[in-house]
Design a protein around this ligand. Structure first.
Ligand code: NAP
Length: 287
């Protein structure tokens, strides 16, 4: 068997075209969806991420503000900026790029963002809403994975999903989203014993670890759907995921590549969340 690719670039293009149309429709009501991105310090990877986010806003007809600050910015000054953006009517989504410099408490900063503008979905209120199945913002990476499953018409009811990695931003919310769609979910981590015995039972595997070759062909049931969230570099410095792509491709039913898989979906879902935040404002106005 050779797995079918789930193309994150193609799906992103489709979804971003829909975002562009919906943003256009909102403009007719006098609302331009707006995202504020705050970057503190000069981490080169973060600089690339924030540039891509701002460009995605421009491409979809949304308003964006990039605030870049020196690494010496105080926590109090950052909290004051977040507070000002919470009250800025032109801003519907606020994103503080992580990691923050060590002297700033990232948790405190995330909790200062109004849950109504928490388009990254990292606020405790957003995590709680996902946990109990109430409306809120879903973290963009696992949300993108769910869209990929939807794009292949995959029915999760009664399926066994194995998530490898339990971070607050990927693994845990991923498990909650799969559970919400009636999958039976196993959440694995570094202390899991005999990972292979679990992945071999899985209909869906999501690898979100940050280590190459965490998932190899001998660990995958024929026909399984494999979503690779990992972003690593191989010996040649080339971007690769957590999955041994060439090996697993020969066993799985569907697989996401790296690059061109989950990565582009993450920014796309940020655009979707920002747009939906602005749409909620309109519907609240109408009620
Ligand atoms: P993280 O916070 O470092 O979490 C990694 C998780 O993997 C932890 O739960 C850890 O377990 C678990 N783990 C480590 N070694 C393991 C092993 N040998 N077997 C099973 N589990 C193991 O990472 P993250 O933020 O979730 O990110 C994971 C990966 O996804 C990274 O490569 C990151 O760059 C990538 N990522 C990609 C996107 C995207 O847009 N494509 C977005 C976010 C993240 P413990 O909890 O026990 O330590």
């Amino acid at each position: 068997m050779t797995a079918q690719l789930i193309d994150g670039n193609a799906l992103s293009r489709q979804l971003r075209a829909q975002v562009t149309q919906r943003a256009q429709a909102l403009k007719q009501h006098g609302i331009t969806p707006g995202l504020a991105v705050i970057l503190v310090g000069d981490n080169p990877a973060s600089q690339v991420y924030v540039r891509n986010k701002v460009k995605a806003c421009e491409d979809t007809g949304m308003h964006s503000v990039l605030e870049s600050y020196d690494a010496s910015m105080s926590e109090a000054a950052l909290l004051a900026r977040v507070d000002a953006l919470n009250h800025d009517p032109t801003i519907h989504g606020i994103l503080v790029q992580l990691p923050l410099p060590a002297h700033i408490d990232a948790h405190k900063v995330i909790e200062a963002i109004s849950p109504a503008k928490d388009v990254d979905g990292f606020h405790v209120a957003s995590a709680g809403a996902l946990m109990v199945g109430q409306p809120g913002f879903w973290p963009c990476t696992p949300y993108g994975c769910m869209k990929m499953l939807e794009s292949i018409g995959y029915d999760l009811r009664g399926k066994h999903a194995v998530v490898i990695g339990r971070s607050n931003i990927v693994g845990k919310p991923m498990a909650m989203m799969l559970l919400q769609q009636d999958a039976t979910v196993t959440l694995c981590h570094s202390r899991t014993t005999d990972l292979k015995s679990l992945t071999l039972q899985a209909d869906v595997i999501v690898a979100a670890v940050g280590k190459r070759n965490v998932l190899t062909a001998d660990m995958v049931k024929p026909g399984a759907v494999v979503l690779d969230v990992g972003m690593n570099r191989n010996e040649a410095g080339k971007l690769c995921g957590d999955v041994d792509f060439e090996g697993v491709k020969a066993v799985a039913g569907y697989i996401t590549p790296v690059p061109g898989g989950v990565g582009p979906m993450t920014i796309t879902m940020l655009m979707v969340n920002t747009l939906e935040s602005a749409e909620r404002l309109l519907s609240n106005r109408a009620n």
